[in-house]
Design a protein around this ligand. Sequence first.
Ligand code: GCU
Length: 679
Amino acid sequence: MSNGYELWLNYTKISDEATLLKYRSTIQTVFLEGTSETQSVIKNELEMGLGGLLDTEVVFQGFNKGGNQLIVSKYNDLPQELKSSFIMDGLSKEGYKIKTIESNGASFVVVTANEDIGLLYGTYNFLRLLQTHSALENVDITEIPKVDVRVLNHWDNLDRTIERGFAGFSIWNWHTLPGYIDQRYIDYARANASVGINGTVLTNVNANALILTPQYLEKVKALAEVFRPYGIKVYLTARFSAPIEIGGLETADPLDADVIQWWKDKAKEIYTMIPDFGGFVVKANSEGQPGPQNYGRSHLDGANLMANALEPFGGLVIWRAFVYSEHDPTDRAKQAYSEFVPEDGKFMDNVLLQVKNGAIDFQPREPFHPLFGAMPKTPLMMEFQITKEYLGFATHLVFLPKLYEEVLQSDTYRKGKGSTVAKVIDGSLNNKKVSGMAGVSNVGNDINWTGHPFGQADWYGFGRLAWNPYMTAEDIADEWLRLTFSNDEKFVEPVKQMMIESREAVVNYMNPLGLHHIFDTGHHYGPGPWVGNLSRPEWNPVYYHKADSEGVGFDRTKTGSNALSQYAPEVEKMFTDLKTCPEEYLLWFHHLPWDYTLKNGRTLWDGLGLKYQEGVDEVRDMIKTWEAMKPYVDDARHHQVSMLLDIQLEEAIWWKDACMLYFQTFSKMEFPREMEKPE
Ligand code: GCU
């Protein structure tokens, strides 16, 4: 019986007897001589991991020439006879190697790296090999992260509520910090390090300046100390108006001498307490947050103000590109590109621009953000949302790495064919000095961390993709299932299929054919395409679907908002031409008549109904698949997922009925015959 707390670090005894015996004989002892904090962490993890998986006491001892030993050692400290088996060039600080070595008739499995942190990552990978029952005979792995800054963004408030958090309250207990270190902080660090996440932004982007006061910094310092051995740096969100709110200044103008000094002093204060502090994440002049534009200055002025303060200490400024205002009523999708592209090349070297995967807001499906590839001189960091604000919260099963993969594999064409978003993000397209990926966390204090048991896969998958943005969603699902539940193929194959299809299912039953932002407003749960009387036009769903008696969809071609002109010419052409625009983006870019003919010969109206129906049917299939998995999953988690899938089905039907009934008031057409009619 599992409550899911252990996540994918599930070290229960390997059930397959033959595999177990083989591992026991291959790893009779462990050589681990280092004594640094990180090496102690490695030792603990091996005690838990090997001890649990092999159900034996783990024997640490000196180098055994006789072999059958696991060696975990920095390259410089490797026993001489093993060194020649490795070439360490280009491995960087965080990379590692795992290799099986036969030496004088003896056999070793060696995990080695240049630095402690690489060793820790290698250890987790080694344990993963055991958890997935992989053969150890001919292991030869070299891993180097492709992205430098791999961070979770917690939208956690100081009162422990979480903006868009659906798995309980914040795990940061500001009340008992710094004196009380919750075991969760340690397990959180283990989980992150196990997938290579190396930073955490503790606080909400809608920031509270109090976090920068000495009283809170003491608490932040305590967390930083817990995370340090795991290679995880702490970052904070910086409220632009902090100099006024906690500094007693009258302005936060980025060009004001006192303001400049205030941020410098603040940076110094932080680094005195937390020498490896990561830096600031800033949301400015967006959705009512203060920013440089309040003083007639630009984002550039704001970002460089903070970058200048952090630069002496090696800190980063992660400036968010999620900006839109009520002053441009034509198309919110265009604003970030218009504001940031002209500033390309002017940001200080320690500034990264954090860009959401799409130009609107974490929709079930969005075309990639036009900023990707359009700022060759500025490091652009990916912002994915792991919490499911627009995808059914922690109630619906939707495997997000499938969405992430689609975005990362999209081709920007900025340097010709093959200029994928992944290459923008890892910096290879334009030779960037620093690269990054952020995921808005779905973690809360629910016993299983993420509410929905399958939400853990999104956290896991985000980490794996941040390490290597070229991984496939399928491989990630495969790994996660084996680590979390079972290696039985009869379980892994169907459930993997279910996870992969779950993403298209949610698009179908919520936002098919390029519809977007038709959620009920405010909370964004459930359908609400009819809402149209909110104070700001771009907060109204009707702004996005533009349904009328003529048709439906947002014209972003030249005859409409012309947002398409922000893409490379090849992409613009492909999306503009109805013959080449993929139907999944149809209504994102075009306003089309209800009787427009789709590729399958059906009308747009029928097509919508059929897609909604397909989504509902897909959830029914998910339920069937899951039902058949009972023999392979503990009762508690099986039952949880079953109950959640039942809700998901009810709500998929709700989406279908609500949206089709609403749009019918414009189309005035009969529902397609294959669609189940609303009751
Ligand atoms: C969305 C979300 C907000 C959040 C914002 C952001 O609009 O609904 O809660 O603050 O994104 O990313 O800044």
